[in-house]
Design a protein. Structure first.
Length: 646
């Protein structure tokens, strides 16, 4: 099913180009079909549209205009910072404008737009798609085909074993296992740092990057959050963060290319030019006539200028109008010259900033943008590489002869909307399959109690992942939480078997699932933990189903309890002292649906540090061998309880 090796560049390009097109269409279709199929109110219920918004102009930042959309009773929605939205008067298929979300508050959403947004009494915002990334993936494939790449194409195709060289390099802040990965990441053609949960993958990668300082370095990841995590760890160097200002953490904005350009002393000249352009535009508007097609009646700029010089009219256009149009053209010529000068200075500043940087940071997609399109590097580092589709990793991969990856293919795969599973195989995972010597698994985890770690370590990582000695026995007792047998006391793992008493349900017209009684039981558990002096920020609730997540949130809101409730994807890369995992599925057919994606189970059960509580129907779950082994493990090593319906 998955293709691991390719005969030639042509086969590689055709294979991925077809899949990119499929995914692009699927993403567009998903949003457009939903806009067609559902009323605005129904799409709003799903969190992908907001109706009845008012708008006000906030001001400008860099080259963007900022607008704030607000309403008093803002509904729950999925729109987040960095998303592309369609702005309309209510019918986005008839007319819309695109903008990028820059801030989200309780009752407002702010967007950045290059163009002024049209006037309306009320507005509608719709979550949409960004086509740019797909275009950059295809461009990267074109470059592979034309040979305009720095990488070794035979390694990319799976035809040639990469050179793996172990050095004596090490870092004082890394453990033996992490240093082993570092030593092979200095001179090898490619190397994959495989980081199971809590093993310090990003810390290790940051130390590897430090060892390469002095070369031309590019650091990327599929998401802005992952890029910013690395920026945070390497901010003591001369670094540049490339990306849309709306998508960069505000405390890291000083590292952004846009801000650095504006802080350069040469930018004062650019500001003077911008002021001149604005003055000329004002003059143009007030004192001249724009030569629209209707006014110029087929006359060229040169003809208008010539007639104005002679003081003549032509084709029914009065001499006075000709003169005013000529004035507009002269001013426009000056404006164009000023724009050229402005761009020339800005580009010179940008080039100097990028050339002098120790490290450049960008998302995989931004690595193919205008700023870096033709820039080459000595080493590229790709973090969270197992979560990126291969064509996404390809964008930075082709820019250097040496590439170091970090990721974990046993956790969440790339998110795809098309049903073609071939896209869920990342470049990271493909390389681990074909280049056995090119990757190394980090072996010591610093996050969780040994009993929480043992099951995922043996189930997913061949029992390789050991617990750091000092945290082996951490429990919620250390946090001053009182012992209560209801939630299994201080034992690090508890499983509540719902024994078929709580059955799953489906909301009308929804593909998701929820379990109302299980949700109420989870809320009861949360209350018991809070009564035992657990703080709200200690607790996280994970569930694989969106409708169940929303239902639990609603119940907690009614009780004014503020704890994080998220899907498995929402907790990737995160941790909490206590995690309650609510598995929802309970049915007579013993079907577990997409719970059978065991990578999601791995992520969910490796988020807690001191206590993991799982709620689910053991009979339904045991239809899957891994869940059966998990329940058996908890029975032997933790606490297995049956729910009390009361």
């Amino acid at each position: 099913m998955y293709k691991l090796r390719f005969e030639d560049v042509k086969e590689y390009k055709n294979y991925w180009a077809e899949l990119i097109e499929k995914e692009r269409e699927a993403e567009k279709e998903f949003h457009l079909n939903e806009i067609k199929r559902l009323s605005g109110v129904e799409r709003q219920k799903r969190g992908r549209a907001i109706l009845g918004l008012r708008m006000r102009y906030v001001g400008e930042f860099l080259d963007f205009k900022i607008y704030r959309f607000n309403r008093n009773n803002m509904p729950e929605h999925q729109i987040k910072v960095g998303d592309i939205v369609l702005i309309s008067k209510g019918e986005p298929l008839k007319f819309n404008q695109e903008a990028t979300v820059s801030a989200v508050g309780k009752n407002f959403i702010e967007v950045y737009s290059k163009e002024p947004i049209f006037r309306s009494k009320l507005y509608r915002l719709d979550l949409f798609v960004n086509d740019i990334t797909f275009k950059r993936m295809l461009k990267a494939l074109d470059r592979v085909e034309s040979g305009e790449v720095k990488c070794d194409v035979d390694i990319l195709l799976g035809k040639k074993e990469p050179n793996i060289i172990e050095t004596k390099e090490k870092s004082d802040i890394l453990n033996e296992s992490q240093n082993k990965a570092l030593s092979k990441s200095i001179k090898s053609d490619i190397f994959l740092i495989h980081g199971p949960p809590g093993t310090g993958k990003t810390t290790t990668l940051a130390e590897v990057i430090k060892k390469h300082i002095g070369k031309k370095l590019l650091v990327t990841a599929d998401s802005n959050v992952a890029v910013d995590n690395l920026v945070e760890k390497l901010k003591d160097f001369n670094i540049v963060r490339i990306g849309h200002p709306a998508k960069i953490e505000s405390n890291l904005m000083k590292f952004s290319l846009d801000v650095k350009i504006r802080r350069d002393k040469r930018y004062k000249e650019v500001e003077k030019i911008i002021k001149k352009i604005d003055d000329l535009k004002y003059l143009q508007e007030k004192r001249t006539k724009k030569p629209t097609p209707a006014r110029r009646r087929g006359m060229s700029d040169e003809e208008i200028l010539s007639l104005a010089k002679e003081g003549k009219g032509k084709r029914g256009v009065k001499a006075e109008w000709i003169r005013e149009m000529a004035e507009w053209i002269k001013i426009q010529q000056n404006i164009n010259k000023l724009y050229d000068k402005k761009n020339e200075i800005t580009e010179e500043i940008m080039k100097d900033i990028l050339n002098s940087a120790d490290i450049i940071f960008a998302t995989n997609s931004a690595a193919g943008g205008d700023f870096l399109e033709d820039k080459e590097f000595d080493v590229v580092f790709i973090d969270e590489a197992a979560q990126a589709m291969e064509p996404s990793s390809l964008i930075p991969f082709i820019k250097a002869p040496q590439v170091i990856f970090a990721g974990d293919h046993k956790q969440l795969p790339p998110t795809i909307l098309s049903n073609d599973k071939r896209l869920s195989l990342s470049m990271f995972e493909r390389f681990t399959d074909i280049y056995e010597k090119a990757y190394y698994t980090l072996e010591i985890q610093y996050r969780m109690n040994e009993k929480i770690n043992h099951f995922p370590s043996c189930e997913f990582y061949e029992c390789k992942v050991k617990t750091y000695e000092k945290i082996k026995n951490i429990t919620i007792k250390d946090l001053g939480i009182k012992e209560d047998e209801f939630f299994g006391g201080f034992n690090p793992i508890t499983f509540f078997d719902t024994k078929g008493k709580f059955l799953e349900a489906v909301k009308k017209g929804s593909p998701s699932k929820y379990n109302p009684l299980e949700a109420k039981f989870v809320v009861n558990l949360v209350e018991k933990l809070l009564d035992a002096k657990a703080k709200e920020e200690f607790i996280g609730v994970i569930t694989p189903y969106k409708d169940h997540e929303e239902y639990i949130k609603k119940l907690l809101e009614e009780k004014n309890i503020k704890i994080e409730v998220k899907s498995v994807d929402g907790f990737q890369g995160r941790e909490k002292e206590i995690i309650i995992l609510s598995l929802v599925r309970a049915n007579e057919k013993e079907e577990i649906g997409f719970l059978s994606d065991l990578r999601r189970l791995n992520v969910a059960i490796t988020r807690p540090k001191r206590k993991l509580i799982i709620v689910g129907d053991a009979k339904t779950l045991s239809s899957n061998e891994t869940y059966k082994r998990l329940i058996e493990y908890i029975k032997n090593e933790g606490v297995l309880k049956e729910v009390d319906e009361s």
